[in-house]
Design a protein around this ligand. Structure first.
Ligand code: GCU
Length: 369
């Protein structure tokens, strides 16, 4: 057994003592404790779910991709004590499907250039044509439409709508990653109302900061049947204890708005955190979970991403599913999977590419059924 796995807090040990021995105890007790720990110490507490005022407006609908896909431009509108907000997103649906289709939702942190709704600019970051060809709907939203990725002391975006004034902001108030995760759940709300989509088969995917977001969204919102974390690194899939590359102190210094204020207590004190990131992966269980890494992505630390998946296996086993089927990292371009867990390492840099998507889709074809 890898030494680092021995240093981790025990995912199965209840707060009051005693080891979780079955899936009901996990769901009713330990899972709830862990969600609370992540809210309190890491991502913060989301103050609102679906706002009562929320409305979903279809702004445009047309045929694209030589008639192969219906494009819908949808706008989610909401209001809070601080004013009104809107989250637009684009949805492509296979035009010829004769029954509701599964969907991939991408949390896009790289702007519309990599997710062009008009498909004039194509990118492997969001290969919507490939998803349509493989009979998946493809949805994408821009993180900045939920909450701009700058530290402005929580005035803009959804924080400005729902948060108390800064001097009344508790240490466990939600950060920007939790705000983006909230946006993903609102897109899920809208997809649930789309007759052409099978809402019980929606995969949420994100790269890097978007991957951290996908994991937290999947933890908080169990409607997502599958979660994909690509190169999510620090405070994403990667274990924090013993991590190489980016550490908690780095991420809190560069991105002071991403997490709860309480998380800053753990700068250079990873060992004092009551959780580690395998527990975040555990909150996705027993749903489908896919983690991917890239060989050159030392800042995210592929080994820490892989080990986290090893450390979550007991939770899948508790539910009667196999582990990932390997104890050491597979070679590059050699995806491994079981019926609920998938992993691959891609040669190259920190990025989301068409190769990665083909692996996610292959895994979904086999298991998102
Ligand atoms: C920075 C940050 C990472 C993050 C990445 C990204 O490198 O330190 O934590 O994952 O940006 O979002 O691309």
């Amino acid at each position: 057994m890898n030494q680092r796995l021995k240093q981790l807090p025990n995912i199965l040990l209840n707060a009051g003592g005693g080891i979780v021995s079955n899936k009901d105890e996990w769901a009713q007790k330990r899972r709830k404790e862990l969600v609370e720990l992540f809210r309190t110490h890491v991502y913060g507490r989301t103050p609102v779910r679906r706002p009562e005022s929320m409305r979903i407006a279809v702004k445009a609908e047309d045929l694209m991709m030589d008639g192969l896909a219906v494009r819908k431009k949808i706008e989610i509108q909401y209001e809070g004590p601080g004013g009104t907000g809107k989250l637009p997103f684009v949805l492509f649906i296979p035009a010829k499907a004769d029954k509701p289709v599964p969907a991939f939702v991408l949390i896009n942190n790289r702007g519309t250039a990599v997710a062009d709704p008009d498909r004039k600019q194509l990118s492997g970051f969001w290969p919507a044509e490939l998803l349509i060809e493989r009979e998946y709907a493809a949805a994408v939203f821009q993180v900045e439409d939920v909450d701009p990725d700058v530290h402005d002391e929580f005035r803009n975006g959804v924080h400005g709508l729902f948060d108390p004034p800064l001097d009344k902001r508790p240490g466990d108030a939600w950060g920007t990653i939790a705000a983006w995760a909230w946006g993903a759940s609102r897109v899920m709300d809208a997809l649930e109302e789309e007759a052409a989509i099978d809402a019980s088969r929606i995969a949420l995917a994100g790269h890097s900061r978007g991957g951290k977001t996908a994991l937290w969204a999947g933890a908080e919102d169990e409607r997502f049947a599958m979660v994909v974390s690509n190169n999510s690194g620090c405070t994403g899939a990667a274990l924090s204890r013993g991590k190489q590359g980016e550490r908690i102190s780095h991420i809190n210094a560069s991105f002071p708005h991403w997490f709860a204020e309480n998380y800053k207590q753990y700068n250079d004190r990873e060992d004092e955190l009551p959780v580690d990131q395998h527990m975040l992966l555990g909150l996705i269980a027993p749903r489908l979970l896919y983690v991917s890494s890239a060989t050159e992505d030392s800042w995210a630390d592929p080994e820490s991403e892989f080990l986290s998946l090893i450390a979550v296996q007991p939770i899948y086993k508790l539910h009667g599913y196999d582990g990932i089927g390997a104890e050491t990292m597979p070679a590059a371009e050699t995806p491994i999977s079981s019926e609920r867990l998938g992993y691959h390492l891609r040669t190259g840099d920190h990025d989301l590419t068409e190769y990665d998507w083909r692996c996610f889709i292959d895994f979904a074809d086999a298991n998102l059924i």
